[in-house]
Design a binder for this molecule. Sequence first.
Ligand code: GLU
Length: 473
Amino acid sequence: MSKPVVTRFAPSPTGFLHIGGGRTALFNWLYAKHTGGKMLLRIEDTDRERSTEPAIEAIIDGLKWLGLDWEGETVFQFARAPRHREVVEELLAAGKAYRCYCTPAELDAMREKARAEGRAPRYDGTWRDRDPSEAPAGVKPAIRIKAPQEGETAIEDLVQGRVVIPNKDLDDLVLLRSDGNPTYMLSVVVDDHDMGVTHVIRGDDHLTNAARQMIIYNAMGWDIPIMSHIPLIHGSDGAKLSKRHGALGVDAYRAMGYLPEAMRNYLVRLGWAHGDDEIMSLEQMIEWFDVVDVGRSASRFDFAKLENLNGHYMRSIDDEALLKTFLDTLPYLPGGEAMAALLTPEKAEQLRIALPGLKDRAKTLVELKDGAAYLMVQRPLALDEKATTILDANARALLKDVHDVLVGVNDWTVESTEDAVKAFAETRELKLGKIAQPLRAALTGRATSPGIFDVLIALGRNESLGRIADQAR
Ligand code: GLU
């Protein structure tokens, strides 16, 4: 029987969890779930200058928001530096690594020379076979691996296929810097090995790193994980993803009011497909996802598609679940904290009643919040420009009569309020719209809202009558 699958997500906490990282995490998570394996999380915080605590928090928060969990404790790479150094000692002892005493100036000169001769800038092996007794006094060496100089290194990549790199292009890479700090290349290999990672799924910007990492695996005699390098995400115009295209943190998508369900569904389709299925449940994704089906070409990020998908999820999600997500998300939405502060139990109940009417008109939670704003405002309402125009003297006089009619309605339901207003419209020989517009303006302060009878019910009898009376003359 083959080993259970162990994947890992290994972000560098030098910034937020960007959209490409979110997709990499999703693919790792889905592949683990699909195979009955597990996903691990490793924070690659070895760049001490650029790694920050808020970035670590943002990554973890983003993963949780996307509903992606990981097995066991989070591994922090920097804390494992002693273990990385231990492996270097082993390689030195086995003669598979050596001390390099080149100064930065010598290395610069080496690169210059290579460039002048039209070669790729590679380490020329100065200290590879040199006797360590020639070491200059007082210079701290870097440790380099003795990479094979002949032949080639082949990666059997599940996405890219067989990728062959001539070994002459892979020089003796540094494992330990002269200050004693392990390099990224070494740390990744040691950690993946120690964590028992069987499958590495990451962006294809790491493809050549994979070949370099294989040299370290081979030197240690370790099993090499199965590699899958997934193409990057591009903007809708095919150019490299930039902020303008949506290269934002996952947190920015939450603040734009996208549902995590929609985001997941959108991300999984970036570079992977299951026939023509656009919308799929999490269960279906787990059942269908296989990394070998990830395409080789870059996918394009398309905001309009994401928005449509989000609208679909907003409409199809169960009302209670949507309300919960909305309330959980509210503090992250623009102006959401202010609304959250106004949410008394009474207002929350109004929101619950209003939700079915609001969600049909909203593609995002931000639009839902804007739609719900009428519930939160205090009497007497501030009217927007259009509502002010609607509420002219005639309309205000009409409202006075409508108010009297509605005062007579005791069981406050959509049907009874509608019957009463319609009957009134008939006696005045008015179209319903002629009454609905001023009513809407008085009840919401705006010219657009969900169905006017839904608004009456959501606000409740007292608040509705109060708002109408405020504008009636
Ligand atoms: N820390 C690397 C990054 O964020 C990923 C390394 C890997 O997946 O091997 O790009």
